[in-house]
Design a binder for this molecule. Structure first.
Ligand SMILES: Nc1nc2c(ncn2[C@@H]2O[C@H](COP(=O)(O)O[C@H]3[C@@H](O)[C@H](n4cnc5c(=O)[nH]c(N)nc54)O[C@@H]3COP(=O)(O)O)[C@@H](O)[C@H]2O)c(=O)[nH]1
Length: 804
C-alpha cells in the first residue's frame, strides 16, 4: 500500500484506467466466448440428435430385414456431416450391424458390440446413442461419434480474437489514459509548482493558473484564496512586527526573545542598556554572567525550570553588571507556541526597578523604622514581639520586654529646642543599640518612649542586667552642639510568657511597670508585678464607680479660703472636689482624679466642677460670701485643658450663670506647661480674653524656666505647698520661696502661697511680700453648708480661727 501511495498520480491514474479496462474487457471476452461455445455446442448437439433420429428411423427397415448394405448406405449419407467421425448401427443384441467411418485414416472403428455408456465422460468426441424402434420395440441402436474439434477450434478462435481485441483496446486505453490523465495531473502539477515557488520565494503574491472550471478549478480557487489570506496575514504580521520592533526599540522596558533553549534571538536597545551587554553575538552565557553571584543559582534554577516545564518565568532579581553597578530588575517571560502547540521560544520583558526598589526600601524604612533614630518603629516592634512570643511558646523560652521613658524629656526638649531634642533622641537610640545584642530589637514607640525586646532570656537576671546597663549608659553625659546633657530614664520590664502571654498584655505590663518606675522617683527600673495588676484592677473598678458617681451626683465641691496677706481679708476660695461614696465614704481627689484623667472621665467631671463652681460664685456673690473683686479658683487637669471645647464651655457657663468673668480663676499645673507649649499658650490666651484669672498651680515642682514663664499670659503663681511646709526649718525652701516671690513680681504676677499651716509661715511670707495665702492656718476646705455657717463675716471668722 505504501508503495502504491508513493506512486505518482499520473501513474496511478493510468494504472487505474488500465486495470479497470483489462478487467472489464477480459470479463466480457471470457463471458462471451464461453457463451458462444455453449450455444454452438448446444446447437450441434441438437443437430446431431435430429440426424441420429432421422438415421435411426431410416435404418429400421434395414435392421428389420437384416439388409446390411442398405444400412451401410444409409450410414454413408453422413459423409456430408464433417463432424461425424464414425457411425455404428447395432442390432437388438448390441452386435455391430453396419458402420461408417470418415476415411481410412480415421483411427476410430466401430466396436463389435455397443460400447457401454460411461456417464460424465469428458472427451474430445461426443457420443450420440439413438435407439432404432419398430412397433414400439427397440430393434437396434445407432451410435454416432462426433468430433468436437471444430467447435473447440471456433471457440479458441473466438478467444484469440477476444485477446487480440483486448490488447488492442488496452493499448488505445493506455494512450487515452495517458492523454486524459493530463486533464487531472497537469493542473495539479501546476498548483504544486506554484506552491513550491511561493514557498521558495516567500512571495505570497503569486497565484496558480486556473485552466478548468471543474473541481480542479475550484481547488485552484481555494488554493489562491488561501494564499491571498496568507499574504494578507503576512502583511498584517509584518506590519505588526514592524510596529513591535519600532515600539520595542524605543521602549523604556527591555524586551527579549529566545528560542526554546533559551538562546537569545532578539533583544531591544533598552535590554542592552539594562544589562550593559553590547555583544553582537548574544548568548545566554553573557546574560548569566550579569546575574548577581548571591542570586545566580536561584535565578538560573527558576529559569531552567520554566524552560523544562514550558511555564512562565517571573522573577525579581539583582544583577551585578560588568561595570560594577548593582541593578534590581524584574523579568517576565512567556512561552511562544507554534500552531501545533509546541514551544518555539520565549518573549519577555526586563525592567530596571532599582529606583522603585530604593523607594520601596525607603517606604519600608518609613513604614517599619523611625525616620529620626532609624530604630524599629511601633509596627515592626509589634511584629517582632509577636514572632518572639510564638517562638517562646514553641521552645518554652522566656522573652524580656523593656519599656523606657526618658525622664523630663519634654522639659529638655522645650529648653534646648527641637533640633537639639532630635539630636538627643538619636544619641539615645545609638546608646540603646550599644546596650543590646544583634538579635534584640530596639524600637522608638514615639516621643521619648523606647522599647527593647530581648527574644530569649533564661532568667529575670538577664533582663535586670540589660536594664542596669541602659540606666548606666544613658547617664553618661551626652554632648550636643554647644552643651552637654545628662539624662536618666525610667524602665518598666515585663517578662513573657511569665507575666503575660500576648503582645498587648506584655506591652501594657511593661508600660505599667514603667509608670511605677516613674512614681518611684525616676532613673530606675521596675519589673512588672501582679500587685501592679491589682492596682490596675482597682483603677478599672474605680473608673466604673466614677461613672456611677457622675450619674448619681455623688460629688460635692469644698471651698478653701484664700486671704490677702497685707489686709488679712478674704479674697476668694479654691474649689476642691470631694467624692462622697455611698458605701466607702470620703474618697480623696488624689485617688480618683488620676483615674478620671486616664479614663477621660475628667471631661464630664471637670465640666461638672466648673458649672457647680460658677453656680456657687453666683450664690456666694448674692449672699455676700465673696468680696467685691473676689474669685473662686478651679483646678483644670491637663486633659481637660487640652480639650478643644474648654474655652466654649467656660464662656457658656459664665454667660448662663451670669457671673463676672474675673470672678473665676483657672488653675493649671506647672507640669502641663511643658507639653504642647504653643497650643497651651493659645488656649491660655483665649481664656485670658474671656477675662478670667489664670494661675499656675504647684509652681516649683516642675521645670518651668523664667524665660518660658515670660511668654505665658498668666496672672497668678501658686507656690507649691512642699516649699512652704518646712518653713521656717528648711532654709533652702525659704530661699526658694522668697526667690520665686521676687521673680514672680518681676514678671508682674501675683503670688499665692499654698499650705500655710502656722503663723511663722504666714509671717515669713508676709516679710517676703507674698500677696495671698491659703492653708489650714486660715481655713480648711469646707462644704458650702459649712461655708455659710462659718463665713458670715470673714474677719470675725478669721480672728476666731487664727486667734488673730
Ligand atoms: N483637676 C482637679 N483637681 C482637683 C480638683 N479638686 C482637687 N483637685 C486636686 O486634687 C489634689 C488633692 O486635693 P485635696 O485633697 O483637695 O487637697 C487640697 C487641699 O486640701 C490641700 N491643702 C490646702 N491647704 C493645706 C494645708 O495647709 N496643709 C495640707 N496638708 N494640705 C492643704 O492642698 C490641696 C490643694 O492643692 P492645689 O490644688 O495644688 O492648690 C490637688 O492636687 C488638687 O489640685 C478638681 O476639682 N479638679
Amino acid at each position: 500500500m505504501r508503495y502504491i501511495s508513493s506512486m505518482s498520480l499520473r501513474f496511478k491514474t493510468i494504472m487505474i484506467a488500465m486495470i479497470t479496462s483489462t478487467l472489464a474487457l477480459t470479463t466480457s471476452g471470457v463471458f462471451f466466448s464461453l457463451y458462444d461455445y455453449q450455444s454452438a455446442h448446444k446447437k450441434a448437439d441438437q443437430e446431431f440428435r435430429v440426424i441420429a433420429t432421422i438415421l435411426a428411423d431410416r435404418s429400421t427397415v434395414a435392421l428389420e430385414f437384416l439388409d446390411q448394405e442398405s444400412a451401410t448406405d444409409n450410414l454413408a449419407s453422413l459423409d456430408a456431416h464433417k463432424a461425424i467421425t464414425m457411425a455404428c448401427l447395432y442390432d437388438a443384441n448390441d452386435a455391430l450391424f453396419a458402420s461408417f467411418k470418415r476415411n481410412s485414416y480415421n483411427l476410430h472403428r466401430c466396436s463389435a458390440n455397443l460400447p457401454e455408456f460411461v456417464p460424465n465422460k469428458v472427451d474430445l468426441f461426443q457420443e450420440v446413442r439413438e435407439p432404432v424402434i419398430f412397433d414400439d420395440a427397440v430393434i437396434g441402436t445407432l451410435y454416432l461419434l462426433i468430433d468436437q474439434g471444430d467447435l473447440r477450434e471456433t471457440m479458441f478462435l473466438h478467444i484469440t480474437t477476444s485477446i487480440i481485441i483486448i490488447i488492442i483496446t488496452l493499448f488505445f486505453t493506455f494512450l487515452l489514459a495517458v492523454r486524459l490523465q493530463a486533464f487531472v495531473t497537469v493542473p495539479i502539477r501546476k498548483l504544486q509548482d506554484t506552491a513550491i515557488k511561493i514557498r521558495q520565494s516567500d512571495n505570497y503574491s503569486l497565484r496558480a493558473d486556473k485552466t478548468t472550471e471543474d473541481e480542479l478549478g475550484n481547488l485552484v480557487d481555494a488554493f489562491n484564496g488561501m494564499v491571498a489570506k496568507i499574504e494578507h496575514d503576512n502583511v498584517a504580521l509584518r506590519d505588526s512586527e514592524e510596529r513591535f520592533r519600532t515600539l520595542t526599540a524605543s521602549s523604556p522596558i527591555g524586551v527579549f526573545q529566545t528560542d526554546e533553549d533559551g538562546q537569545y534571538t532578539y533583544v531591544n536597545a533598552r535590554w542592552r542598556e539594562i544589562t550593559n551587554i553590547y555583544d553582537i553575538h548574544l548568548t545566554q552565557e553573557s546574560w548569566i554572567k550579569t546575574l548577581h553571584p548571591e542570586e545566580r543559582f536561584q535565578v538560573l534554577s527558576k529559569w531552567r525550570d520554566s524552560l523544562e516545564k514550558g511555564g512562565e518565568f517571573r522573577m525579581e532579581y539583582r544583577m551585578l553588571r560588568d561595570d560594577g553597578e548593582d541593578v534590581n530588575v524584574i523579568c517576565h517571560a512567556k512561552p511562544l507556541y507554534e500552531g501545533n502547540g509546541e514551544i518555539t521560544g520565549y518573549l519577555g520583558s526586563l525592567s530596571d526597578i532599582s529606583e522603585l526598589k530604593s523607594v520601596q526600601l525607603q517606604l519600608e524604612q518609613l513604614a517599619l523604622y523611625d525616620p529620626l533614630t532609624k530604630l524599629a518603629n511601633r509596627h515592626l516592634f509589634r511584629n517582632r514581639l509577636e514572632k518572639a512570643i510564638k517562638h517562646a511558646e514553641r521552645e518554652g523560652a522566656m522573652i524580656a520586654l523593656l519599656f523606657l521613658d526618658i525622664d523630663h524629656f519634654k522639659k529638655i526638649n522645650d529648653t534646648m529646642g527641637h533640633d537639639q531634642g532630635d539630636e538627643l533622641l538619636k544619641a539615645i537610640a545609638h546608646r540603646l543599640r550599644f546596650c543590646t545584642r544583634p538579635g534584640d530589637t530596639v524600637a522608638r514607640m514615639g516621643g521619648d518612649e523606647f522599647t527593647i525586646l530581648v527574644p530569649e532570656i533564661h532568667t529575670d537576671h538577664e533582663a535586670d542586667a540589660i536594664a542596669r546597663k541602659v540606666l548606666d549608659v544613658l547617664k553618661v553625659p551626652i554632648r550636643l552642639t554647644g552643651l552637654e546633657v545628662i539624662i536618666t530614664t525610667s524602665i518598666g520590664i515585663s517578662v513573657g510568657l511569665k507575666d503575660a502571654e500576648d503582645a498587648n498584655a506584655l506591652m501594657k505590663n511593661a508600660d505599667l511597670a514603667m509608670y511605677r518606675a516613674k512614681a518611684r522617683g525616676r532613673d530606675n527600673y521596675q519589673f512588672f508585678s501582679d500587685e501592679m495588676n491589682v492596682e490596675l484592677t482597682r483603677q478599672l473598678a474605680m473608673e466604673a464607680e466614677l461613672r456611677i458617681a457622675l450619674q448619681q451626683d455623688q460629688f460635692e465641691l469644698y471651698y478653701q479660703p484664700q486671704v490677702d496677706l497685707n489686709t488679712g481679708k478674704l479674697i476668694g476660695y479654691e474649689a476642691l472636689l470631694r467624692w462622697i461614696h455611698p458605701e466607702k465614704g470620703f474618697i480623696p481627689p488624689s485617688d480618683f482624679i488620676p483615674v478620671a484623667e486616664d479614663s477621660g472621665l475628667i471631661l464630664p467631671l471637670g465640666e461638672w466642677v466648673l458649672r457647680s463652681a460658677c453656680q456657687h460664685i453666683k450664690q456666694f456673690t448674692e449672699r455676700g460670701l465673696l468680696p467685691k473683686d473676689g474669685h473662686v479658683a478651679v483646678n483644670i487637669s491637663p486633659r481637660q485643658f487640652h480639650d478643644a471645647n474648654l474655652v466654649t464651655v467656660i464662656s457658656d457657663l459664665i454667660s448662663t450663670t451670669g457671673i463676672e468673668s474675673q470672678q473665676l480663676e483657672v488653675e493649671i499645673t506647672e507640669s502641663l506647661l511643658m507639653e504642647n507649649v504653643d497650643s497651651t499658650i493659645a488656649t491660655l490666651n483665649m481664656l485670658k480674653q474671656l477675662g478670667i484669672i489664670l494661675a499656675i498651680d504647684d509652681f516649683g515642682t516642675g521645670y518651668s524656666s523664667l524665660n518660658y514663664l515670660k511668654r505665658l499670659p498668666i496672672h497668678v503663681l501658686k507656690v507649691d505647698r512642699s516649699f512652704v511646709m518646712d518653713i521656717p526649718k528648711d532654709k533652702d525652701d525659704m530661699e526658694i520661696t522668697s526667690a520665686v516671690i521676687a521673680m514672680a513680681h518681676k514678671l508682674g504676677l501675683r503670688v499665692v502661697a499654698e499650705g500655710v499651716e502656722i503663723i511663722e509661715q504666714a509671717d515669713f511670707l508676709k516679710e517676703n511680700q507674698c500677696d495671698f495665702v491659703q492653708g489650714y492656718y486660715y481655713g480648711k476646705p469646707m462644704s458650702v453648708a459649712d461655708l455659710y455657717e462659718n463665713i458670715r463675716n470673714f474677719d470675725q471668722w478669721h480672728s476666731s480661727t487664727t486667734g488673730g
